[in-house]
Write a protein that binds this ligand. Sequence first.
Ligand code: DP6
Length: 359
Amino acid sequence: MNYESPKLIFKNIPSGKIGWCSPSNIALVKYWGKKGLQLPSNPSLSFTLNKSQTETIIDFSPAENNKCNISFFLEGIPNTKFAEKISGFFSRIINIFPFLDQLDIKIYSKNTFPHSAGIASSASGMSALALALCDIENQYFESFSTEKEFFRKASYVARLGSGSACRSIYGGLVNWGKAEGINNSSDYFGHEIRDNINPVFEDFQDSILIIDAGQKKVSSTIGHNLMKTNPFSSGRFIQANKNLQSLLSAVKYGDLEEFVRIVELEALTLHSMMMTSSPYFLLMKPQTISVIEKIWEYRKETNVPVCFTLDAGPNIHMLYPYDYKERVIDFINTELIKYTVNNSVIHDRVGSGPAKIAI
Ligand code: DP6
């Protein structure tokens, strides 16, 4: 699979603005471990979120010399750290979009969730950027004959920015990584699962409890690399494939008990991989464990099918069907809010994917 296209060079270099808004996603089956050029060691599955989004506008004009000059503004403020990250990303995709070296690029990015919320913005940010780049290509080179081709390339490009970003290109339930029984699944791009979803999973809720809003101690990229030497990694990759199959079946039949079991198993396995890497690290906080225990107690007492998951950090995502929304929010407000920083909870839900920004 290769999107290198040396012919994508402007004859007349344009100026313009293009923007996309793209959501974050929460993995149910986790991507943890990669190989080659951003290819996953196991297939993953996620829900795309609705509210937690990044809006990115690319303002482009002819380059002064033959080298893409990038400036990056986060919430309107120049951010050189991100500009450097994006330069690295652009050097990985210059053969896909050779016209980038003809442009000076200003990127304006802002998140709809508070910057300090500790929510990973790489999936929403990189997917919004990839969509905007594909849209420049679409506008000036008319390369895509179908929407499907457009989004597939955007997902491929987003993956090169951040693995999990390739899933944010699509709404609902999204798979990334070659998996048995999923037609069109691929290691190179995400794939939207549309069929065999029980209605109980439509409008599924995700309340995100912000336990710690600080910077991550260990980046995901470092964590992924440590899987290369983790003695349990081969077993983990086999388990992820099995969990994916079981989860798809739970989603098909509306089996919430099995859904809860696998989602929590995946979250704890992810963190156990961190704890058994060398060097080992720990991203959960004492409050994370307290909230997990409270959720287990509550579920046992009430039979409300609410479960938790974690990404590479201490914050808790509580997943549950729409019908239990009031009860779970009440539980959060009375019992869990005290474990969060400044009462920060984001009540999000499954969303329908990215959208173009009208400029
Ligand atoms: C724990 O996609 O952030 O959230 O590809 O190095 O950018 P890079 O990593 P990233 O890893 C996400 C890991 C995870 C699980 C997941 O989203 O599947």
